[in-house]
Design a protein around this ligand. Structure first.
Ligand SMILES: *[C@@H]1O[C@H](CO)[C@@H](O)[C@H](O)[C@H]1NC(C)=O
Ligand SMILES: *[C@@H]1O[C@H](CO)[C@@H](O)[C@H](O)[C@H]1NC(C)=O
Ligand SMILES: *[C@@H]1O[C@H](CO)[C@@H](O)[C@H](O)[C@H]1NC(C)=O
Ligand SMILES: *[C@@H]1O[C@H](CO)[C@@H](O)[C@H](O)[C@H]1NC(C)=O
Ligand SMILES: *[C@@H]1O[C@H](CO)[C@@H](O)[C@H](O)[C@H]1NC(C)=O
Ligand SMILES: *[C@@H]1O[C@H](CO)[C@@H](O)[C@H](O)[C@H]1NC(C)=O
Length: 350
């Protein structure tokens, strides 16, 4: 019985639908045909509430990603750029190591909420989404930067210029950021060692620190810096990117160096720049002399991803050893601390 009733209702509904359709197409004036005219409006009013992780093809996806990553952090985000070579290697990926450092660091776990991973290929983007991080896919016309971009190869340089353009765009949108390479380990919260008001425009890490945080003769490293969004920093990125086609054989860091030393770009734009002490912002070129003060460790002065992963793994082990010793309050052990030698990185140049 029920089944028969259902079929009757179904037929009735179909009949009504047919009548409706006939009315719409035959009798309703075409200009006010609700089916046709409402279609485009309907598409526009369907707001996707998704974050950039769902759709990252448009520029609004970037805005959404930035807004989410900077939530309750004063329009400040932490940006790292990843590609396939950095997410692969299941036990030993650079990305895995990088995220691991947020876990083992002191007061760094919550900072992952402010991390925006910028993927330059599909594999890296999918891995990022899988990890439920804030992700953005940086699209470049027809190029997937998915290999290991060996230091100074053409693709390496192309990727660096693409990121300069992208980071300038972030500044133009009014976001301050810490930019870092994924081969920077976070052992403590670096914000406590950075000036966070607009008295300083740029704070940049150094390969070697000469003792004066305002001295432009410090050799800069663009693998870690914090930059405030304002007209001066936007101009800096515009002038920097404008050098792209007239800088054959130079990477963007060399170009910035030329701008600083030959053109005096910081004075010219009125930028106040602070150079970060390796005591706090350590690297393989010059190790922090005090593990009790260090906040980040960068595997600079190193050539390949494999070597970086090997030696940064030792950094995490050193750090865990130090932490265990300081918790068990054996002062002799902590005062005797020294970093493991960066053997793989030294060898990577040979
Ligand atoms: C749809 O998105 C636009 C722009 O992103 C916004 O101004 C508008 O308020 C949104 N509408 C709804 C219903 O969420
Ligand atoms: C945001 O900035 C305001 C004013 O500069 C400051 O008082 C506040 O502590 C900052 N908040 C965070 C989370 O940094
Ligand atoms: C900016 O921050 C620095 C260090 O955090 C502090 O010494 C200085 O007084 C601050 N300046 C202003 C104008 O808030
Ligand atoms: C930056 O420049 C724009 C126009 O060039 C101007 O409207 C704005 O006030 C400037 N902002 C600051 C902070 O100087
Ligand atoms: C390219 O650089 C050279 C020197 O570095 C300079 O003389 C020349 O004017 C530059 N050309 C352009 C188009 O900027
Ligand atoms: C710690 O070092 C001091 C001298 O530096 C030494 O006298 C002391 O015996 C050491 N303590 C332990 C537990 O090794």
């Amino acid at each position: 019985m029920d089944k028969l009733k259902d079929q009757t209702s179904l037929i009735a509904i179909l009949f009504l639908l047919l009548l409706g359709a006939i009315y719409l197409f035959v009798y309703a004036p075409t200009t006010t045909n609700p089916l046709l005219s409402s279609q485009p409006q309907h598409c526009q009013s369907l707001n996707t509430t998704s974050s950039a992780t769902v759709d990252s093809s448009g520029s609004d996806a970037l805005e959404a990603a930035l807004a989410e990553a900077s939530r309750s952090n004063n329009k400040t985000v932490i940006i790292a750029i990843v590609n396939k070579a950095y997410v692969e290697g299941d036990d030993r990926s650079m990305l895995g190591l990088f995220l691991n450092s947020f876990w083992h660091g002191e007061g760094t776990r919550g900072l992952i909420d402010h991390l925006l991973l910028v993927a330059v290929d599909q594999t890296a983007f999918e891995r990022c989404k899988f990890l439920r991080l804030h992700c953005y896919k940086l699209v470049t016309d027809g190029v997937e930067f998915d290999g290991e971009e060996v230091y100074m190869s053409d693709d390496f340089i192309k990727m660096m210029w693409r990121r300069t353009l992208f980071l300038g765009d972030v500044l133009k949108r009014g976001y301050n950021f810490i930019f870092m390479d994924t081969d920077v380990m976070w052992l403590r919260n670096p914000f406590s060692r950075l000036i966070q008001n607009d008295t300083v425009d740029l704070q940049i890490s150094t390969d070697f620190f000469n003792g004066d945080q305002w001295s432009q003769s410090n050799p800069i490293n663009t693998g870690f810096y914090m930059i405030m969004s304002n007209n001066k920093t936007v101009s800096l990125f515009d002038s920097w990117y404008a050098k792209k086609d007239n800088s054959t054989g130079l990477k963007e860091q060399d170009v910035l160096n030329t701008m600083i030393h030959d053109e005096g770009v910081f004075q010219h734009l009125g930028l106040r720049v602070r150079f970060l002490d390796t005591l706090y912002f350590s690297g393989f070129c010059q190790d922090s002399r005090d593990v009790r003060a260090v906040t980040t460790v960068h595997s600079n002065c190193c050539r390949t991803i494999n070597a970086k992963v090997t030696d940064l793994t030792s950094v995490i082990h050193d750090w865990k050893r130090f932490r265990a010793a300081s918790l068990s309050s054996s002062p002799n052990e902590t005062s005797a601390f020294s970093w493991s030698r960066h053997v793989a990185c030294v060898d990577s140049w040979h």
